[in-house]
Design a protein around this ligand. Structure first.
Ligand SMILES: NC(=O)c1ccc[n+]([C@@H]2O[C@H](COP(=O)([O-])OP(=O)(O)OC[C@H]3O[C@@H](n4cnc5c(N)ncnc54)[C@H](OP(=O)(O)O)[C@@H]3O)[C@@H](O)[C@H]2O)c1
Length: 318
């Protein structure tokens, strides 16, 4: 497994990170047992994964903490806490105070069974929430960092609602963030010009989510999504084969599956540090780690993807 330095954190981590949220939550969303999820984490570790992402809201912190207990010093744990009062809209403005936020981080530490979290993020922030976060919650995170409870400060966007990255475009004008998490995939690659280049200039580490998500893990949904983008005029319909819009990726010399193409596309994007993969399935984990460790897609295919999808900003692929 290749490794990468995560921006100014200086942490050297695997280029593939295990995402413990999304639609799978280590298989917990499909009713898998805790033991099955622990085995999945151990399989990732055995394959060389050293970066693990979770969050309070995923319900996987305890499982991850237990699975990594004996290997704590060898891995990097990323976790998060939302910014609004529980029971209120995640998109609203019933914010936690800095003091309330710091108290909640004690819960993250406890569930993970650790006395420090390597990267701690404000979770799922929208553009209209950013100024409050920078003014009130960032100082709370800095105090936690000073106390040694968290090591680096991160920020994640709400890609489903912010498909054009308005929040991170604003945030990356500031020097505050050690790491950011952004949505990026070959259907909406707009983070390329809007997030990744600014992050590189700031030496801010980047975590890629939504490489595959629902659309690119289910060919029928992917096909419909592409045809809809053509019908809406967001992609040039003349560039799409209506009967087989993504089949050009599935040639023996290119990729075996859409998921393989999707992870390889992200892995070789300049400025993309860690590619998160979320799954509850060991065979999928093995396939995905193989894809993330494989070489880039051919340049002509990357050009074709850029030509078709280069201007898409309206969908996340969720
Ligand atoms: N705002 C935020 O902070 C935020 C938001 C979203 C996600 N995240 C983080 O980003 C991580 C990555 O996002 P994600 O979990 O949605 O990951 P993803 O890797 O883009 O997509 C995972 C989905 O694809 C399926 N899948 C994975 N590999 C497959 C394969 N080889 N064949 C067929 N289907 C496959 C999974 O189902 P199976 O279980 O069946 O494999 C799952 O439904 C999350 O786990 C979470 O840690 C953060």
């Amino acid at each position: 497994m290749d490794r990468v330095v995560l921006g100014r954190t200086g942490l050297e981590v695997s280029v593939a990170g295990l995402g413990c949220g999304g639609h799978s939550r280590l298989g917990q969303a499909q009713g898998h047992s805790v033991d099955q999820s622990v085995r999945l984490v151990h399989a990732a570790l055995a394959a060389g994964v050293t970066f693990f992402d979770t969050a309070a809201v995923y319900g996987t912190e305890e499982i991850l903490g237990a699975a990594l207990k004996a290997r704590r010093s060898e891995v990097v744990i990323s976790s998060k806490q939302g910014i609004v009062q529980s029971g209120t809209s995640a998109l609203g403005q019933a914010y936690l105070s800095g003091r309330e936020y710091a108290a909640l981080v004690e819960g993250n530490l406890k569930r993970l069974g650790t006395d420090y979290i390597d990267v701690f993020h404000l979770h799922g922030v929208m553009a209209h929430q950013y100024d409050y976060c920078a003014a009130e919650l960032l100082p709370a995170l800095e105090r936690l960092k000073h106390q040694g409870k968290i090591r680096h400060i991160g920020l994640t966007e709400r890609f489903i609602h912010d498909t054009g990255h308005a929040m991170l475009r604003r945030a990356l004008q500031d020097p505050h963030w050690d790491v950011v998490m952004t949505g990026f995939n070959f259907i909406n690659p707009s983070a390329r010009g809007r997030v990744l280049s600014a992050a590189q200039q700031q030496n801010c580490g980047t975590l890629i989510m939504f490489a595959v998500r629902r659309a690119l893990s289910q060919p029928k949904i992917a096909r419909e999504l592409v045809l809809n983008l053509g019908a809406a005029g967001e992609v040039d319909a003349r560039l799409i084969d209506k009967n087989a819009p993504l089949e050009f990726l599935l040639q023996p010399e290119i990729a075996q599956s859409l998921t393989e193409a999707a992870y390889r596309f992200c892995r070789h994007e300049p400025g993309a540090d860690v590619i998160l993969t979320g799954t509850g399935s060991q065979p999928h984990l093995e396939q995905n780690l193989r894809a993330i460790s494989a070489g880039p897609l051919p340049g002509s295919i990357c050009d074709q993807l850029r030509q078709i999808f280069g201007n898409v900003t309206s969908v996340s692929g969720n």
